[in-house]
Design a protein around this ligand. Structure first.
Ligand code: ATR
Length: 472
């Protein structure tokens, strides 16, 4: 179930928001503490503002309002454990049909011992639902909450449990799959009632938490830092939906990739790996595909029979995009940049027997990579270029600096120009190339190719590259 908190500061605005929220949510939470002026009369108006069920919550713990909500017959009230066990017991004894949620919040951390103690403490009060919310300081904190949900379910106790904050975002999607009663999603960005809340529409339309079937869901995700900008959640979840698969793809914001892999390998089915972990993740895998090993970078992990294997689909995705236009063998290529992406593509070009020059702002890095691969190198500051294909792997021209280009337009003549950047799809470099009658390849092609290859590795299905490209 998705619950949308109503966080408006005026009653009229709250009623409008309740109408909008009712179209998406299964249940609404009326946050009285967000309202500037709230009395018994306006509470009555608010409680009749929707046909959906309502949880009344007042983090200011105003007893008169809570008692009034119960008297008006609201579906649920949320009582924070901080109001005292004696009072909670008294309210529970006189509550009529209203169901009681007893909640605990830790805005600083998630501690396994502490959450288990609180669970026992709340359980003794016998509310209909136990709610425990903590702040995640590390991605592994989410596992403490998932274990707690599993434990509650085993004891037939209803629970709402999740982690707040950016590192807890995954719990807002996955907690319901482990058996939590509901998850909170905000009506719109800026209307969050707690940090890390995902927009309710996305919980429904992107993550499809309604459609996923509980503990049989296959969990996939992107591991990186940062991860928020990624298109992966849109692409992979849409493909899973199209294929009618009980799979979900989430963003894991990770600080220590080794500890993440050890803790999460039990619950994941496959992973995408991005900056800065493509190299760092290798020692934690059971097996690494020979190409990924040579490149020294893994961007895809597949779990089969409990074993993790690493692959690199960046290289194959880029090479496939190039080979739709020209062959590699005996053709001349120049790569701008000498980072991780340059390395993967350079390896593919050398494997295909193409001739290669690496140009980079920091010449030492170009030299190092060129020596490793046995090719030429130079700086970005060149006056003449005669190659069949130019590939930009630097971040120059990426959103928001969309008017920058890594190279002078005059150098772009009679060549294929490939920019790995996909935001924007057509960069300044590609615009210049087009204006000079060069053929172009957008980073969207490489992204779509590598995503299609990942999907093939994870679920064995061929997905049309153009279908993926249309979503980028
Ligand atoms: P990735 O894994 O995406 O390749 P990376 O390893 O951080 O990312 O590499 C980024 C590349 O973009 C590097 O080649 C970098 O050049 P330096 O080695 O000189 O840092 C290049 N790059 C980033 N910003 C740049 C800029 N403003 N001008 C030129 N090159 C730039």
């Amino acid at each position: 179930m998705i619950c949308i908190p109503i966080t408006a500061s005026k009653v009229n605005e709250a009623i409008k928001d309740m109408k909008k929220a009712s179209q998406i949510a299964d249940i609404l939470e009326l946050r009285l503490d967000f309202l500037r002026n709230i009395g018994e009369k306006s509470l009555k108006r608010l409680l009749s503002g929707t046909r959906k069920k309502i949880i009344v919550t007042d983090r200011k713990n105003r007893l008169n309002l809570i008692e009034e909500a119960i008297r008006l017959g609201t579906d649920y009230v949320d009582l924070d454990i901080s109001i005292g066990e004696k009072l909670i017991k008294k309210i529970i004894a006189n509550k009529n049909k209203t169901r009681i949620i007893v909640s605990s919040h830790n805005y600083k951390k998630t501690d396994r011992k502490e959450v288990n103690q609180i669970f026992e403490k709340i359980k003794k009060l016998k509310p209909e639902i136990i709610k425990i919310v903590t702040l995640a300081n590390d991605i592994n904190d989410n596992l403490i909450i998932f274990d707690l949900i599993r434990k509650a379910r085993k004891q037939n106790k209803k629970i709402i449990a999740l982690c707040m904050g950016e590192r807890g975002e995954v719990s807002r999607i996955l907690s319901v799959l482990f058996g939590a009663e509901l998850t909170f999603g905000c009506l719109a960005k800026g209307k969050e009632s707690a940090p890390g809340q995902i927009v309710a529409k996305d919980l429904k339309n992107i993550y499809r938490i309604h459609k996923l079937k509980g503990n049989k869901v296959n969990i996939f995700g992107l591991v990186g830092n940062p991860v928020a900008h990624s298109k992966g959640i849109t692409v992979h979840n849409k493909v899973f939906q199209k294929l009618n698969m009980n799979n979900v793809y989430v963003n894991f914001l990770v600080d220590d990739v080794g500890s993440f892999i050890k803790s999460f390998e039990g619950i994941i089915s496959g992973l995408s790996i991005t900056i800065p972990f493509k190299g760092e993740v290798i020692p934690y895998l059971d097996k690494v595909d020979p190409i990924a090993k040579k490149i020294g970078a893994v961007n895809t992990i597949v779990k089969k029979n409990g074993r993790l294997t690493g692959y690199n689909t960046d290289c194959a995705g880029a090479i496939k995009a190039i080979e739709e236009h020209i062959k590699l063998k005996n053709h001349d290529f120049v790569i701008l940049g000498a980072g991780g992406t340059a390395r993967a593509i350079a390896y593919g070009i050398k494997e295909g027997k193409g001739n290669l020059i690496i140009l980079n702002r920091t010449i030492n890095k170009a030299e190092k990579l060129a020596n490793e691969l046995g090719c030429a190198f130079g700086s970005l500051d060149i006056q003449f270029l005669n190659v069949h294909c130019l590939i930009n792997t630097t971040s120059v021209g990426m959103f928001p600096k969309i008017n920058d280009s890594p190279i002078n337009r005059k150098l772009l003549k009679k060549m294929l120009v490939f920019d790995v950047i996909y935001n924007p799809k057509i960069t300044k470099l590609l615009k210049d190339a087009r204006a000079n009658d060069c053929k172009i390849i957008s980073g969207a092609d490489m992204f779509a190719n590598q995503a299609a290859l990942q999907l093939k590795l994870w679920v064995g299905k061929n997905v049309d590259k153009n279908y993926i490209k249309g979503m980028i």
